[in-house]
Design a protein around this ligand. Sequence first.
Ligand SMILES: *[C@@H]1O[C@H](CO)[C@@H](O)[C@H](O)[C@H]1NC(C)=O
Ligand SMILES: *[C@@H]1O[C@H](CO)[C@@H](O)[C@H](O)[C@H]1NC(C)=O
Length: 162
Amino acid sequence: MSLLSLVIAVLLNLVSAQSPLAHTKIGQSKSLAKDYLLPSHVKPSLYQVKLEPNFDFDIFNGSVRITISVVTTTNAVVLHTHQLTIETASISLLDVNGTVVNSVAGTSFSNDDKDFYNIGFEEDLVAGSVYTLVIDSFSGILNSENDGFYLAKYTDEEGNTN
Ligand SMILES: *[C@@H]1O[C@H](CO)[C@@H](O)[C@H](O)[C@H]1NC(C)=O
Ligand SMILES: *[C@@H]1O[C@H](CO)[C@@H](O)[C@H](O)[C@H]1NC(C)=O
């Protein structure tokens, strides 16, 4: 049950990159609004997430493969992440045949409340193309306050806390 909650939380967290405008706040500046639009350059269509929670230490690690369709040619992909440690060296971009086609030039976290994780590539991702973005290794902390990933504790019929 806890693992299922985790998986759902991860999916919701990453899928939110799809609708960046949902995060737009009234009264924000134009340049900020532009930042929020960045993720629409690519559209994610399929998420394959693997997670391994370690309940002894309240941590988890995992990997994700995201199928993306490029709407506008861009050299960056922006994900919405929250309190995740992403191993940059584990990021790769594959074409539809599974061939590595690009390499990461650099990554950065937005240093504000947007929780955007920017992945810059050496070469452009071409409009109309479909790629698989692979993040082979990320980790995070399981806790009850984190809105992206949380440790769902529940009490079963026998009164055991899980
Ligand atoms: C979590 O980390 C361990 C140790 O590095 C590794 O063996 C395992 O495959 C990882 N699990 C996932 C889902 O990435
Ligand atoms: C994938 O492989 C097929 C068959 O070999 C080829 O026709 C196609 O061009 C390849 N696609 C890409 C994006 O390389």
